[in-house]
Design a protein around this ligand. Sequence first.
Ligand code: PMP
Length: 466
Amino acid sequence: MPSEHISTSARSAPYEQNDKRYLWHPFTQQQLWEAEPQLVIERAEGCYLIDVDGRRYLDGISSLWANIHGHGRPEINQAIKQQLERVAHTTMLGLTHPTAIELGKRLVKLAPGKLSRVFYSDTGATAVEIALKMAFQYWQQADPPQPNKRAFLSLRNAYHGDTVGAMSVGGIDVYRRAYNHLFFPTIPLEYTACTCGSQPACNACRMPCLDIIERTVAQHADELAAIVLEPLFQGAAGIQTYPAGYTRAVWEIARRHGLLFIVDEVATGFGRTGKMFACEHEGIEPDIMALAKGLSGGYLPLAATLATEEIYQAFLGSISEGRTFYHGHTYTGNPLACAAALANLDLFEQEQTLEKLQPRIEQLRQGLEHLRHLPMVAEIRQCGLVAGIELARDGEREQPFPPERRVGARVTLEARKRGVILRPLSDVVVLMPPLIISEDELAYLLMVVEDALSIVAVEEAMHEEE
Ligand code: PMP
């Protein structure tokens, strides 16, 4: 039901006041935040977040692309509680615990290709950071060692998290600008995926974008340790989908030139794309895979970096050989988070989540088709249960709205008034609901998006006339 909530209420006021007094929010221009009323979420169930006044909001972004089976699932809650009765946390430096072991075994069974070792951490950025350090050190210790292979490619518009290493291989200018001097040098790839990736005709094109990657990699093969790629689409870049076959082609380039292929499945893993891992769509066998977000069902911070046996073997040796992988966090492999992850995987099996998801993906496709012709809609890109609706003046990609119009943010606000939570990437409206969203809930989400787009389009048309 529409919530109409946009102003501060008696119950939300004290929270808002203290939030604005004491907190500092991620990826947030605090001056704007402090000037606007804020939504205070108190509870959640299924696909809904519930605010302090009891209003319900459909979670259209899976609480930042993480939630899989809905909020408050008794199975996951129970698994966490049972683990809590045993041990909440123990280090994995010098100790181990059954829940991490069991989860590691299950992940290796599920993982694509020859991935056989699981290294835990706590967020997507750390999973990528670890992948980079592993790849770097692997070449130093390989048989024979290849000490010159120390560099990474950084793809334009790539996003791998916000730690300095992960940002070094990222390519979104607006996120990087303030920190440019901090990053380690990379070999930049000016051009990455075809920007025509969502056009059906693109699948028939020769993908000249790949020639550029091939040439750059060939030129630097002796110094390159690895390519890091988000498979199937660049998420934070605005759900920029690649043409079919593109991910596999990049993997093949990496193999041909003796580079490790690191796949960042932080956003795409755990069913988002319609298969357990995006790699499966194109038969890719990565050397290293980064996982986070949906790993714990979206309940607790947990990440994993999976590697092949060949990589793992390069780290074996005596202490004096110095082959140890020097990385570890206090909360690495936290037992509560591992218990949530096991329950998450159990639910995939028990509820046949991936099978049930297929009609929802088709429903989303049909619903988006309907939105394609609305004013302002320049392009719609979909991959599995993920979509990006790109907005521009007159619906032309070449004519972006001025950032100060905050068009994406205003669409989000209109959706919120109607009881749907979204978060845009600039002027790309992202839809990424929990995988268990029902037919009716998805229909409602699409209807609200249509209403929100239409309202903001009228406002923009009036603004242009002024
Ligand atoms: N890689 C990708 C592809 C992502 O989409 C994200 C987060 N959106 C990350 C890494 C970073 O994950 P986290 O926010 O958990 O650090």
